[in-house]
Ligand binder design. Structure first.
Ligand code: NAD
Ligand code: G6P
Ligand code: MN
Length: 443
């Protein structure tokens, strides 16, 4: 029996909130809701989206109970799912994460290298906070988390909240599968993949037709070798800006280094950091691009809706690509045994990789949570790269817990995209300075 769900979106002021709410409305036959709440610790930011969504929902889903709040008890009481997309430090700090490394000629990226490490040190606190709210007020609820940096957040959950019902998921493989399906003229849900790696650090080893079992890997590789994942048609509601197009294209060079598998686009930061820095504009990074683009568009649309008092012809767009979140919620709620890529503790899924590493692999998701599927042994090239990267992530979490300057310095020095321990130390000192109040104190 399908019941009507109660959902809270944590990070209600996120640029993704309106698109995800619209997506949930579109999927209301598959995922009926009785109540939807927004929760954020920045009341003013959230209120803009909250007020606009209130108008929209009155028009489009009058029976759905809707509210927005900064009060944890109100937000987290009586919910079945917490959909979490918080950004601790908001865009102001993303900008720092990107610009400080660039000062040293190092890649400045939201989730990779020093930027990802800095963001991770901020995110852990916010994530623990909302996990604890969920467990206090709705102990049976599940959190579907896509707050970044997901790899570090997932490792922090493994170590600090091992029994919490938190599922960490990323949309990059979902978006890239859409592109692959476009290349071979199929629908994403007609395909079944095998994949191994860490979050933002992995490879597809198989892309098969679900029904016939036909393997499309070679056909897709042939296309990617020429064009990367750049396709002609709009296949993705996210990842469309010019900088993203360059990223899709760069997959061509990632395939060249490892022609056996199809690469995750994020590998470009690790394999071509010189290219990345060379093509970056240190005065206008991705954070600036998003602030001038997605953030401005979403908040302008919200203000227009509020001003007009109606969302008819209003500018919120459905984020259809986010429907994987509904797939995941349904899999849990209805024991649907859906096959999805999730970030989980390895425990043998990758046979020749550490049991306690948080890896990204296909899982079967039912009401008991995810069951990782065995991906066999991986080649030594990928294994070595992954071990280096997962150790960076583990050191960050240890540094956070122990308040250890030394461990964070080691994490930065070990990161493949930081050239030396000397640069790592200078970077660390700068990052500590701007992250005052966000990071635990390091000794
Ligand atoms: P955003 O800054 O627009 O929104 C984040 C919101 O979180 C802000 O309103 C902020 O006030 C709020 N917030 C910060 N700390 C909080 C806390 N402790 N408690 C409650 N709310 C808090 O950011 P965005 O660009 O919309 O992205 C949101 C998040 O989603 C980011 O972490 C981003 O990296 C992530 N994301 C992940 C994926 C994925 O594939 N996993 C895809 C897209 C975005
Ligand atoms: C992809 C990744 C996310 C990341 C997002 C950044 O979807 O999987 O983890 O947050 O890109 O996109 P942005 O448009 O904010 O640079
Ligand atoms: Mn991601």
């Amino acid at each position: 029996m399908i019941k009507d769900f109660s959902v809270v979106i944590a990070g209600g002021g996120s640029t993704f909130t309106p698109g995800i709410v619209m997506m949930m409305l579109e999927n209301s036959d598959r995922f009926p809701m009785r109540e939807l709440k927004l929760y954020d610790n920045d009341g003013d930011r959230q209120a803009v989206l909250g007020e606009a969504l209130e108008i929209l929902l009155k028009e489009q889903a009058p029976d759905l109970k809707f509210s927005y709040t900064t009060d944890p008890e109100e937000a987290f009481t009586d919910v079945d799912f917490v959909m979490a997309h918080i950004r601790v430090g908001k865009y102001e700090m993303r900008e720092q994460d990107e610009k400080i490394p660039l000062k040293y000629g190092v890649v400045g990226q939201e989730t990779c290298g020093p930027g990802g490490i800095a963001y991770g040190m901020r995110s852990i606190t916010g994530m623990l906070e909302i996990i604890d709210h969920m467990e206090t007020y709705s102990p049976d609820a599940w959190m579907l988390n896509y707050s970044n940096p997901a790899a570090i957040v997932a490792e922090a959950c493994r170590v600090m909240r091992p029994d919490s019902k938190v599922l960490n998921i990323c949309d990059m493989p979902v978006g890239t599968l859409r592109r692959m399906s476009q290349i071979i003229d199929k629908k994403p849900d007609e395909l079944e993949v095998s994949y191994f790696g860490l979050n933002h650090f992995g490879w597809w080893t198989s892309v098969k037709d679900k029904e016939s079992g036909h393997e499309y890997l070679d056909e897709i590789k042939e296309y990617v070798a020429e064009n990367g994942y750049l396709t002609q048609v709009e296949v993705d509601t996210q990842h469309m800006d010019e900088s993203w197009q360059a990223t899709h294209k760069k997959a061509k060079d990632l395939l060249a280094i490892e022609p056996r598998f199809l690469p995750n686009t994020y590998l470009k930061y690790y394999f071509y950091p010189d290219y990345e820095v060379g093509t970056s504009n240190a005065a206008f990074t991705r954070a600036n691009e998003v602030m001038a683009g997605r953030e401005k568009d979403v908040f302008t649309a919200a203000r227009n809706i509020i001003e007009k008092g109606t969302a008819v012809d209003g500018g919120f767009h459905i984020d259809s690509h986010a429907s994987f979140i509904v797939d995941l919620a349904r899999a849990i709620a209805l024991n649907a045994k859906e096959r999805m890529l999730l970030i989980v503790e390895n425990n043998g899924a990758i046979a020749n990789f550490d049991d306690d590493a948080m890896v990204e692999v296909p899982c079967i998701v039912g009401s008991g949570g995810p069951e990782p599927l065995a991906q066999g042994k991986i080649p030594e090239f990928e294994r070595a790269l992954m071990l280096q990267q997962v150790t960076v992530e583990k050191l960050v979490v240890q540094a956070y817990i122990e308040g250890s300057y030394q461990k964070l310095w080691q994490a930065l020095s070990l990161s493949k995209i930081v050239p030396s321990a000397g640069v790592a130390k200078e970077l660390l000192d700068d990052l500590i300075e701007v992250n005052k109040g966000y990071w635990p104190e390091l000794k």
